[in-house]
Design a protein around this ligand. Structure first.
Ligand code: FES
Length: 116
């Protein structure tokens, strides 16, 4: 792992999202209430893009497909495949919970850096 400059800080104002490529990884950068986060672009459940995932009031990103939610800071699972009702819970029982990979970031010299 090493630090890579990925974006000018002013390209990611509050509420904005961008996908950047670091090595062979696609990373979703998002600015939520002034704090920048870097998470894997795809959900660890079935590899669906998280790019449009809703952000909850308690700081989790929600997968658009089966609505698993992951803490933005740690990537830990807050809820695993709750959707659709009944079927989602059954899917969750047969698939092991996996965290969403998250990456350290820093803002330095007007740029966003990711350690990936
Ligand atoms: S693909 Fe994300 S929760 Fe199923």
């Amino acid at each position: 792992m090493s630090w890579t400059k990925v974006l000018a800080a002013d390209q990611l104002p509050t509420g904005k999202r961008e996908v950047v490529k670091v090595g062979d990884r696609h990373i979703l950068l998002l600015n939520h209430e002034g704090q920048v986060y870097a998470v894997a672009r795809r959900c660890p459940h079935m590899n669906i893009k998280m790019t449009r995932g809703k952000i909850t009031e308690d700081g989790a990103i929600v997968c658009p497909m089966h609505r698993s939610s992951f803490d933005l800071k740690t990537g830990s699972v807050k809820e695993w495949t709750p959707f659709p009702p009944v079927v989602g819970k059954m899917m969750g029982m047969i698939s092991q919970e996996k965290p969403l990979p998250v990456f350290p970031i820093k803002v330095e010299d007007g740029s966003i850096w990711v350690d990936a």
